[in-house]
Every structure is written in structure tokens, then in C-alpha cells.
Design a protein around this ligand. Structure first.
Ligand code: HEM
Length: 484
């Protein structure tokens, strides 16, 4: 690749048309690739890296030009240089020049909104300050306890059947159950809420009705917390001295709910898939050579839940990765290719355990504020499931697994598994196969039967558990301390 000569930085020459020879405006054979037409984005990113280096010209729908940042170091520069790049799409020249039509498929990501994800400077600090304060108030011991209880509830719905789809019945439910509780509306967690979030993410025909359903719940929550303070995420947003309006509170709750739900469901599904398809990975986990947090971190490198984030925009003429970037150019921040940049990972199969310098949570002023909440849901979600169903096995072969892929993310469609049918458990108990009433099996010594058990008709759920006898003060303390 021959880098373009670097233009001096800091010049604010207004754009009057494509820069001469700009590869992003050259179409036809040999011109920039259309990202949205690719059936294999991983492969395309590597071809682009080989041809153009760490910053490559591409086209998105309607042949709108964009730079995709493929390098790890260049991605860090992009997100950590607020004087040069921002997330305010109103300065995007493709928008100003009318290249992006109102019905552009990426409009939900493109359209500027008065949200912290698009705001800059003092306004970003105001909104972000309220979110950071709400996250800082999280009691992680109680969060872990709540995730364990949610695992019990979600697994109780399928444990007696001996089979399940761990995407549709587990990974897509657990984060919603937890986030409804974290935000302050535990009673709103139900199948309809999960369905609504799925709809909004996939942009299906019912996405608008689903958005109205979710917003209705969040607006009721905001009004409740305005009337009556509460020690939950919504309560902290309402009470923060930044003085968020009701509309700002409910819109930020929506971003938090949907973004955290989608990312965590994706991460959870990816870690579980890896455990199920890679016997080495699983035996390292079972044998203690790898901890669950390390397994989660490895997947954040290999399969970041958001493959790309749309988008950053150049505030001035500048240079990135040897490319001349014009004022108003759009740049796609792309954790998926940046995490496999050969300059930081010469061997893509190398073990990255314990190394947190991946870009799955972004960086700089917009770095994900909820990353430790996301990590906790994924870690406990994997650990507790394997504690309850230690003999869980994939029901199809690895090459039958299918994914949906868009520029923004790659999702596993289904993860069908089987295991020995088990009774439900008391949600107040720590998830464990030892709580099963049926005969125990030691997962380290007794390998599971490789033949899938016949599908059992699902009987009416038995009563969950007898109410436990009252606990004395010491038992209550132990329960609080251990989290179960
Ligand atoms: C595994 C789970 C998660 C992943 C992978 C993830 C990833 C990300 C990424 C890549 C960004 C954009 C960074 C950028 O633009 O440079 C982001 C922003 C954000 N995330 Fe997360 N996230 C996760 C969970 C959560 C959770 C649990 C919450 C809330 C409790 C949350 C709240 C937010 C918010 C509010 C922003 C916007 C921040 C800003 O623009 O200042 N995320 N996240």
C-alpha cells in the first residue's frame, strides 16, 4: 500500500467536493468495497488491510463513502482524540451534501440525537456524569447475587426438558432479567420485553410498536422515580445534579437497556458457543487453567459484541494511519478487525487471557461506562449455567451453527443443546447441580452420555420449593456475604 501524503493537520478548509484522487470516491472495479454487500466481513477486512493498511476507504448503502479504521493503534487514536474526531453526525459532509437520504438503512445510527453517545464537550460531560454516577452506585456483590437468581429463574423454565436453545432461551433472556432489575423495573421483565428488544435491534416491521412498548415502561419508571426516589439506575439519573429532564432520563435508560442487552446477550452466546465447540477451552475451564473472567476476556478479543460503532467524524483536516482525512469525513470505529490487527496479535490463535487492551468497549471519552456490569452478567451467566448443567452438550455439529451478520454486529442464531433433565431449583440457592433432587453426577469424573436424551414432554411446573425456615442472624449475614 502507498499511503497518501499527509495533509497538514489543523486546517479547517471547508469541503467543496471529493478530494482529488480520494479513493473513497472512486467506484467501479478496483474502487472501494461495499461493506453492506459482503457476505464475509472478517475476510473483507483482512483484504482491505492487505490492500490499504490500517485505514481503508469503503462504501456503505447508497454508495456513501466512509473510512474503516482497521488498525489497533489507529482505532485508539480515533477514539482518544476528541479535538480531532467527534461523534456528532451533523458535521458529516456526506449528510451535508445530501448523499445520505432520510430513508438510509443506517439512519437510526446516523441521525443525531441529544444523547451522550452523540454529545461532545460540556454537554457530554453533563450527561455522562449522570450515567457514571448511576454505574458507580452499583453494588457488585448484590449484582452477582441477582444474576445468580436470574440464572435460576431462566434455567428453571427449561431444565426439565433436557434440551434448550441457549441463544433464544438463555442468552437473550438473562441480560434482560438483570437489566430490568438494575434499572429499577424488575416487574417489567417478561417475554414481551425480550421480544420488543429483539425487534428493535433487528429493525423488523414491528420495531416501531416495540419501541413504543419499551419507552412506555421506561417513561413510567422515570415518573415513578421523580415522585419517589429509589436506589436504582433510574433513581440515580433522576437525582443527579446534572438536572436531566424526564425525556433525557427515559431516552438514556432506553440506550442503556437496549445496548447493554444486545451486547451482553451476544457476548454470553459467544462464550457458551466456545465452551461447547472447543473441548480444549472447556477442559481448561473445568481444570482451573482458565478462569471464567479470562474466558470472557478472550471472547471480547475474538468476537467483540459490537463489530463496529457508527461513527466518528473528522472535526478538521487531519491524518490517520497515513491517510489524509478531510474535515467532515466519516470514520467507522471497528473493534472486530482492530482486535485482530497483526501488529498486536501476530498469532490470532494466541491466548490473550488477562489482557484487557482489546477495543470491545471502545475507549476515550465515549468508552463504555457499563463494561463491568456487562462483564459481571456474562461471567456469572456462564459460570452458573455450567454449575447447573455440567453435562450440557451441543446437539448439532459446529458447522451447522449459523450467524446473522450486519456491519454493526455478528449474532449466533441458535445454540441447541441437550443435558440430563433436572428438576427446578429454589431461586434463592446458588446454582449448582448438587442442588438437584435427582442422583448426582461428578462432572470431572463421569462424562455425560453422548447420545441425546429423548425429548421429554414438559409437564406443568412443580411447586418451586418449600418456603425455607426462617434464618437466624448469622445465616442471614452469610447469605448476604456469599450472595446466595
Ligand atoms: C458486554 C457488554 C457491553 C459491551 C461490549 C459494550 C460496548 C460498548 C461500546 C463499544 C460502546 C461505544 C464506545 C465508543 O463509542 O467509543 C459503548 C457505549 C456505551 N455503553 Fe456499553 N457495552 C456493554 C454493556 C453496557 C452496559 C451494561 C451498560 C449500562 C449499564 C452500557 C452503557 C453504555 C452507554 C451509556 C454508552 C455510551 C457512552 C458514551 O457515549 O459516552 N453498556 N458500549
Amino acid at each position: 500500500m502507498t499511503p497518501e501524503p499527509n495533509a497538514p493537520t489543523g486546517t479547517d478548509t471547508p469541503r467543496t467536493g471529493p478530494p482529488p484522487g480520494c479513493p473513497a470516491h472512486r467506484t467501479g472495479p478496483g474502487g472501494p468495497s461495499r461493506l453492506h454487500e459482503s457476505g464475509d466481513l472478517k475476510k473483507l477486512y483482512e483484504e482491505l488491510r492487505a490492500e490499504h493498511g490500517p485505514v481503508a476507504p469503503v462504501l456503505i448503502h447508497d454508495d456513501v463513502p466512509l473510512w474503516v479504521v482497521l488498525g489497533h493503534a489507529e482505532s485508539q487514536q480515533l477514539v482518544r482524540s476528541p479535538a480531532r474526531f467527534c461523534k456528532d453526525s451533523r458535521i458529516w459532509s456526506a449528510l451535508e451534501e445530501g448523499l445520505v437520504k432520510p430513508d438510509h438503512p443506517l439512519m437510526p445510527h446516523i441521525a443525531w440525537q441529544p444523547m451522550c453517545a452523540h454529545a461532545e464537550g460540556d454537554e457530554h460531560r453533563r450527561l455522562r456524569g449522570a450515567i457514571d454516577a448511576a454505574v458507580a452506585a452499583t453494588d457488585f456483590r448484590s449484582l452477582r447475587r441477582h444474576v445468580n437468581r436470574s440464572v435460576q429463574r431462566v434455567v428453571n423454565r427449561f431444565c426439565e426438558a433436557g434440551e434448550a436453545d441457549l441463544v433464544g432461551q438463555y442468552a437473550e433472556h438473562l441480560p434482560m432479567a438483570v437489566m430490568c432489575h438494575v434499572l429499577g423495573m424488575p416487574d417489567e421483565y417478561n417475554d414481551r420485553m425480550v421480544e420488543a428488544a429483539r425487534d428493535m435491534i433487528r429493525g423488523t416491521e414491528t420495531a416501531i410498536a416495540s419501541n413504543a412498548y419499551v419507552m412506555g415502561a421506561l417513561e413510567r419508571l422515570t415518573a415513578r422515580r421523580r415522585a419517589e426516589p429509589g436506589n436504582d439506575f433510574a433513581g440515580h439519573l433522576v437525582a443527579h445534579p446534572a438536572g436531566l429532564t424526564d425525556d433525557e432520563v427515559s431516552q438514556h435508560l432506553r440506550v442503556v437497556l437496549i445496548a447493554s442487552y444486545e451486547a451482553t446477550a451476544n457476548l454470553l452466546a459467544n462464550v457458551l458457543r466456545q465452551v461447547l465447540v472447543d473441548p480444549r477451552f472447556r477442559s481448561q475451564l473445568n481444570g482451573g487453567q482458565m478462569t471464567v473472567p479470562q474466558a470472557v476476556e478472550q471472547l471480547l478479543w475474538d468476537e467483540p459484541p459490537f463489530s463496529t460503532i457508527f461513527a466518528y467524524f473528522a472535526k478538521q483536516e487531519t491524518e490517520l494511519g497515513g491517510r489524509r482525512i478531510r474535515k467532515g469525513d466519516g470514520l467507522l470505529f471497528a473493534p472486530a478487525p482492530a482486535n485482530v490487527d497483526p501488529r498486536v496479535r501476530p498469532d490470532p490463535a494466541a491466548d490473550m487471557r488477562g489482557n484487557r487492551s482489546h477495543l470491545a468497549f471502545g475507549g476515550g471519552p465515549h468508552e463504555c461506562p457499563g463494561q463491568d456490569i456487562g462483564r459481571t452478567m456474562a461471567e456469572v451467566g456462564v459460570d452458573a449455567l455450567l454449575m447447573r448443567l455440567p453435562d450440557v452438550e451441543l446437539s448439532i455439529s459446529e458447522d451447522e451453527l449459523t450467524f446473522t451478520e450486519s456491519i454493526a454486529s455478528r449474532h449466533l442464531v441458535r445454540l441447541p443443546v441437550h443435558f440430563r433433565p433436572r428438576p427446578q431449583q429454589d431461586v434463592l440457592q446458588k446454582p449448582s447441580h448438587e442442588n438437584d433432587a435427582s442422583p448426582r453426577r461428578n462432572r470431572h469424573t463421569a462424562p455425560p452420555d453422548p447420545t441425546p436424551p429423548p425429548v421429554q414432554p414438559v409437564p406443568a411446573p412443580p411447586p418451586v420449593a418449600e418456603p425455607a425456615p426462617p434464618l437466624n442472624a448469622w445465616q442471614r449475614f452469610l447469605r448476604w456475604w456469599r450472595g446466595y
